[in-house]
Write a protein that binds this ligand. Structure first.
Ligand SMILES: NC(=O)c1ccc[n+]([C@@H]2O[C@H](COP(=O)([O-])OP(=O)(O)OC[C@H]3O[C@@H](n4cnc5c(N)ncnc54)[C@H](OP(=O)(O)O)[C@@H]3O)[C@@H](O)[C@H]2O)c1
Length: 278
């Protein structure tokens, strides 16, 4: 069981396979409580971002939790309006201050902003050298975006955080990242709760005797990804972490693969390619 709890990244650091998502977790008590509940449930990985406006609440919960900082894995992200070399260095320092930490486990470029992503990546490499970030990575990067970084820099991302679930099975991207030893972190792994009643998913969930959410999380784990389910509900936080004691058979995994309909719940880096909120 223990070996399922972590994956190893291409820089040697290990990353807990299931992390708590916090997008749309209300700043203040809701985020603070969700993070504490998750740590009590066994999570060791919290995913936040500057853009979620809740880094300070994550930081407060991490400090109040009955666990050493070094046993937790905290991810945050560089927001679009702070991209660029100097801006990224400053944004990282500010995120650290809000989190109340002296390092970030994984710092990601939130979006592949066309004119700024390369300078932002150069800054992340520098932040890693300074020890302010242990691992560095990207989010919403396409295969072409990744290739561009590989051509220009010696350091490649440790992870690429993208939307990933059976209804949006990005097999090419997964295979490409596997070939480069870049971990895919599956975001919106619960399809943003928009397919919980979908009959083919419900049928598989009944066959296995686990909830639709647990099936979706376990599918991503068995396809070799880190998974980031979000909840602010204590019962669901526990449910979403209860995924280490069963396995989905090959034939049911294939049935889940076949749910793919390119269903994007969040933002689509392919369409249009240069669009990004600021
Ligand atoms: N890098 C990026 O651009 C990006 C984009 C999107 C997401 N993310 C990250 O990935 C995380 C997860 O993605 P997400 O928040 O979009 O969606 P998600 O995790 O797929 O779904 C979250 C929704 O599912 C509900 N839910 C949670 N557990 C459930 C369960 N067991 N049964 C039924 N419903 C359940 C939640 O409600 P309750 O909270 O009320 O339980 C919430 O409405 C984010 O929080 C964020 O950390 C990153």
């Amino acid at each position: 069981m223990t070996d399922q709890l972590y994956m190893k990244m291409n820089d040697g650091y290990k990353i807990p396979v299931v992390g708590l998502g916090t997008w749309k977790s209300e700043p203040g008590e809701a985020t603070y409580k969700a993070v504490l509940d998750s740590i009590n449930a066994g999570y060791r990985h919290i995913d936040t971002a500057r853009a979620y406006d809740n880094e300070a609440d994550v930081g407060r919960a991490v400090q109040d939790a009955d666990i050493n900082r070094k046993d937790l894995f905290i991810t945050t992200k560089l927001w679009n309006r702070h991209q660029g070399y100097d801006e990224a260095i400053e944004a990282c320092e500010k995120s650290l201050a809000r989190l109340g930490c002296d390092y970030i486990d994984l710092y990601l470029i939130h979006w592949p902003l066309k004119d700024k992503r390369n300078e932002s990546w150069r800054a992340l490499i520098e932040l890693q050298k300074k020890g302010l970030c242990r691992s560095i990575g990207v989010s919403n990067f396409t295969i072409d975006n990744l290739k561009e970084l590989e051509d220009k820099f010696e350091v490649i991302p440790a992870a690429n955080q993208v939307e990933f679930h059976p209804y949006h099975y990005q097999k090419d991207l997964l295979e490409y990242c596997n070939s480069k030893n870049i971990i895919i972190e599956a975001y919106s792994p619960l399809v943003h709760a928009k397919r919980m009643d979908e009959e083919r998913l419900v049928a598989i969930s009944e066959e296995i005797g686990k909830t639709p959410a647990q099936i979706l999380i376990r599918w991503a784990m068995q396809r070799g990804m880190v998974v980031l389910p979000k909840s602010v509900n204590e019962g669901r936080i526990v449910e979403n972490f209860s995924v280490f004691d069963f396995e989905i058979s090959d034939s049911l995994m294939k049935r889940l693969d076949n749910l793919d309909e390119r269903y994007v719940t969040c933002w689509d880096p392919h369409n249009p390619p240069d669009y990004a909120p600021v």
